[in-house]
Design a protein around this ligand. Structure first.
Ligand SMILES: NC(=O)c1ccc[n+]([C@@H]2O[C@H](COP(=O)([O-])OP(=O)(O)OC[C@H]3O[C@@H](n4cnc5c(N)ncnc54)[C@H](OP(=O)(O)O)[C@@H]3O)[C@@H](O)[C@H]2O)c1
Length: 222
């Protein structure tokens, strides 16, 4: 498997989010970054936006849009889809909220995996590296963020199944086990330690450059 230390073309799902935007900012100096977004961003971004409003429902539209714009072959995909909230208990929030969280988390990750498989197919079975970001809620039952725990745990199995069933994509997951710095939604009272975006970026690049040295799911702790 080829080793890349620089100049990968990286496709980021969730590029408009806290982690996606931060990763693009940290990685853009050494890599070409394309960000898949549902609406055109306002102002300058560290990534080249590819706007596909319904990419979760029509993941192949992302591959078509990349081809239409003449983008170079993609080497790696980062899925930073989902988000974070603390709200009422899981059951009290009701089935509509549960369905909505399924759409934002697990369904988005499924669609991102679909794009990676299609990219590998288009590249003649070449090696696409796919990294899904996940958090501590996937291993701990987080009170008030219950759906994130449920879909985060399922996300790990999605990546494991996808890895077991493919020959052409290196599916990996990185669980960031602490709040990521700079996210105002995190409750940091009581001197909670955070992981910086540059640490996350370094860990992401370590996995993407040498996926064979990493387990399917790895953890980044403070
Ligand atoms: N923030 C943290 O402290 C932290 C800590 C550990 C792990 N993580 C992991 O990092 C990843 C990203 O988190 P984040 O904090 O960056 O989240 P975020 O700021 O809320 O961003 C979420 C991203 O997901 C996209 N998204 C949400 N629902 C969608 C849907 N239904 N269809 C398509 N796109 C959708 C959003 O796109 P739109 O802008 O188009 O809605 C946005 O780009 C998650 O996997 C999380 O587990 C975050």
């Amino acid at each position: 498997m080829a080793e890349y230390t620089q100049n990968m073309h990286i496709l980021i799902f969730g590029a408009s989010g806290h982690v996606g935007t931060g990763l693009a900012h940290h990685l853009a100096a050494e890599h070409r970054i394309t960000g898949v977004v549902r609406s055109r961003p306002n102002g300058e971004t560290a990534y080249e936006p590819v706007v596909v409003p319904d990419w979760v429902d029509r993941p192949r539209a992302v591959n078509e849009e990349l081809a239409r714009t003449g983008a170079p072959p993609v080497d790696a995909v980062i899925a930073a889809v989902g988000g974070w909230y603390v709200d009422a208990p899981l059951i009290d929030r009701g089935i509509a909220a549960f369905d909505q969280d399924y759409s934002s988390y697990l369904r988005g990750h499924f669609a991102a995996c679909t794009v990676s498989e299609a990219l590998a197919e288009e590249g003649g079975g070449g090696s696409i590296r796919h990294l899904a970001l996940n958090g501590v809620a996937s291993v701990e039952a987080c009170v008030g963020s219950g759906a994130i725990s449920v879909f985060g745990a399922a996300q790990e199995m999605l990546i494991r199944v996808a890895a077991a069933e493919t020959k052409s994509v290196s599916h990996r997951e990185l669980k960031v086990m602490a709040p990521i710095g700079g996210d105002d939604r995190n409750d940091l009272r009581g001197a909670v330690e955070t992981v910086s975006l540059s640490e996350v970026a370094d860990a992401v690049i370590a996995v993407l450059t040498r996926p064979e040295d990493h387990e399917i799911s790895t953890q980044l702790s403070v």
